[in-house]
Structures are given as structure tokens and as C-alpha cells.
Write a protein that binds this ligand. Structure first.
Ligand code: GTP
Length: 322
């Protein structure tokens, strides 16, 4: 069965300050890290072995995910001392399982995407076409902010184009790729390589069979605070969601798609709206929390007013969720 690689080693600069202490893929969406949502999607597609390609704050992943047995999966960790870029990370991770000795496909996930597309169908199309690589493509209303990926009538990728004012197609790279193992050896070893800017354009130029798998389903890149909050609200799908063992005292109001992790406690008379609250957070009585991100294990004293803030046990900084 295919082997998964999750790219989770980037700096997440656009999400600062939320990524000061937490790597982007470990930020919670609806109470679970983005990475956990992706592992569950991979498992649903029958992928049971996944390599986490980590670098920035790599030490945060292992205590949470361990060997993966909690999810009935096998997890491996490929740690880059210095980030190798998306291409270098794939090569480095695939080497852990000996990509030269396997016929298994690799399914690569950008670690900052929430997608409900059918991974098994993407994999099936890849095999059916005898492709070297098959990318999930998603159509967006306005592709100007993205590189776009035109395909021919058979679905074969014709080009990889940088951002432009008049995109030739609204299909963009959605960040999930199936690779045949032979393609991995095309990526130079131990070098910083971008899969999007270097590997894919080169493969297309040299006439290799690269296909697009087009599917319109729920898809969100959580790369900015506004997008992360939207992803969390989408997952909550109502006023609020609270994890196991979280206690909410009477007389508190939770609205705007607020999500609270597990083992937290909210005091009486609090008003919390459009906020993401982690695990083990204690909020005193009569607090107002709006448009804010409260990291795991934070303590908030009674009568606090927190609006548009990133709060952790160590930091208190402004954020914009709009
Ligand atoms: P920004 O700094 O805000 O652009 O975010 P980023 O660099 O963390 O992520 P970007 O959107 O550019 O990358 C897409 C995915 O690839 C993210 O899930 C990153 O964690 C991951 N990624 C990016 N660069 C590397 C890298 O050098 N090594 C590894 N292992 N993963 C990477």
C-alpha cells in the first residue's frame, strides 16, 4: 500500500505569532492538530505508514503522535537539521523507507491543507494513467494569487505557471501529490529544493507523464491566521465545540464557532466568541474573549478582556483574524 509523507517542517511565517511556539501543522483546528486531520484522511484512503518530514520545532510532534499506534498507523520521523525545502524534504523522507527498493507509490501532503478530496481516487487515477506524478488540482474563483496548472483534455499537465495577472486556468495545485518511486530519485539528494518551483516544472518540461486529478470538495490552505480561524469555524459548524473533560460553568456564552480543546475549564459568566482555545486552559469568571487564540495550558485570570490576541503561558501579542 502507498506510503504517506507529510511535509510539516516549514517556518509558518505568515501565521506568526501563532507559530512562535507551535509549528503550523500542530495548530488546532476544531480541537485537533491539522496533522491529525490529515493522518485520519490518509488512513481512510488505506495509507497506514506515514513519514512526518519535520524541521522547525520538530520536537513538538513526537510526544503527541509517538509511533502512531494510537491511530492504528505506523509513523516515522525524518528530521531535517536545516529545512531542505519541499522537494529536499520529500527525498530525505522517502530515503527512510528505501524508495529505490519499493514499487509503492508515495502520497505527499502539504502539512497546512485541510482537504476532503478522495485520496484513494487520486491514487487510482495515477495507476490507471501510468503517471510519474498525479497532483490534486482545485478550481478557485480567482487564481491570481496562486501558481496555476493547465492540463490537456486527457488530464495531462501541460505547464506549471507562476502567479500572473491573467491566469490561463483557475486550476491550482492543491498540495497533495502521488509520486511513483522513480520520480523521487530525480530530486537531488541533500539539497534545498522546491517541489513546486523546481521539480514539477522540470518534469513537465522533460515530457514525463504528470497528471492532474481534479476534484472540487472542501479544501482550505490554513496558511494565515484568518484562514486558520475559518478552518476551525468550518469544523465546529455551529456556536462552539469543546473537547473531552472540558468544563464550562453555567452562565457562560460561547459563540461564533469557538473551539475549546480537552481538559480546559471556563468559569461562570464568560463571553467567548470566534476564538480557538487549546487543551488544559483555565479561564476565570466573567472574562470576555473575542477573535483570539489561547495556547494550551494558559491561565486567564477572572474579569480579563482579551480581544484579537495570541495568548500563551509565555506571550501576549496582538493578532488579526480578519
Ligand atoms: P510560510 O513561511 O508562511 O510561507 O509557511 P511555510 O514555509 O511553513 O509553508 P509553505 O506554505 O511554504 O509550505 C507548504 C508545506 O510544506 C507546509 O506544511 C510546510 O510545513 C512544509 N514545508 C515547507 N518548507 C519545508 C521544508 O524545508 N522542510 C519540510 N520538511 N517541510 C517544509
Amino acid at each position: 500500500m502507498a506510503i504517506g509523507i507529510l511535509l510539516v517542517g516549514g517556518f509558518g511565517t505568515r501565521l506568526k505569532p501563532l507559530t512562535n511556539e507551535t509549528p503550523k501543522p500542530m495548530l488546532p483546528v476544531g480541537g485537533l492538530p491539522v496533522t491529525e486531520h490529515q493522518l485520519l484522511a490518509a488512513k481512510k484512503a488505506g495509507i497506514n505508514t506515514v513519514i512526518l518530514a519535520t524541521s522547525y520545532l520538530s520536537e513538538v510532534f513526537t510526544p503527541y503522535f509517538g509511533d502512531g499506534s494510537k491511530w492504528g498507523m505506523k509513523l516515522l520521523y525524518a528530521v531535517e537539521k536545516e529545512p531542505l525545502g519541499t522537494g529536499g524534504a520529500i527525498r530525505n523522507a522517502a530515503a527512510m523507507v528505501g524508495f529505490t527498493n519499493t514499487d509503492e507509490e508515495f502520497v505527499i501532503f502539504n502539512g497546512d491543507v485541510l482537504s476532503k478530496h478522495n485520496i484513494a481516487a487520486q491514487l487510482a487515477l495515477h495507476k490507471e494513467r501510468g503517471a510519474d506524478a498525479t497532483l490534486h488540482l482545485i478550481e478557485v474563483a480567482d487564481a491570481r494569487a496562486f501558481g496555476c496548472v493547465p492540463t490537456d483534455t486527457t488530464g495531462r499537465v501541460k505547464d506549471f505557471l507562476e502567479k500572473m495577472d491573467n491566469p490561463v486556468t483557475n486550476d491550482i495545485n492543491a498540495g497533495c501529490y502521488v509520486f511513483s518511486p522513480s520520480v523521487i530519485s530525480e530530486i537531488p539528494e541533500g539539497k534545498v529544493i522546491s517541489i513546486e518551483r523546481e521539480t514539477f516544472p522540470q518534469l513537465v518540461k522533460s515530457g514525463r507523464p504528470i497528471y492532474g486529478y481534479r476534484e472540487q470538495s472542501y479544501w482550505l490552505d490554513i496558511g494565515t491566521p484568518a484562514a486558520l480561524f475559518k478552518g476551525s469555524r468550518d469544523f465546529v459548524g455551529g456556536d462552539f465545540l469543546a473537547g473531552v473533560g472540558t468544563n464550562i460553568a453555567a452562565g457562560s456564552s460561547l459563540t461564533g464557532g469557538t473551539s475549546i480543546g480537552s481538559g480546559s475549564a471556563i468559569g461562570a459568566g464568560c463571553k467567548i466568541s470566534n476564538s480557538i482555545i487549546g487543551n488544559g486552559v483555565v479561564v476565570g469568571e466573567n472574562c470576555t474573549i473575542t477573535d483570539s487564540f489561547i495556547l494550551h495550558n494558559s491561565l486567564i485570570s477572572a474579569n480579563s478582556e482579551i480581544i484579537g490576541k495570541y495568548l500563551s503561558p509565555n506571550e501576549n501579542l496582538p493578532i488579526s483574524t480578519k
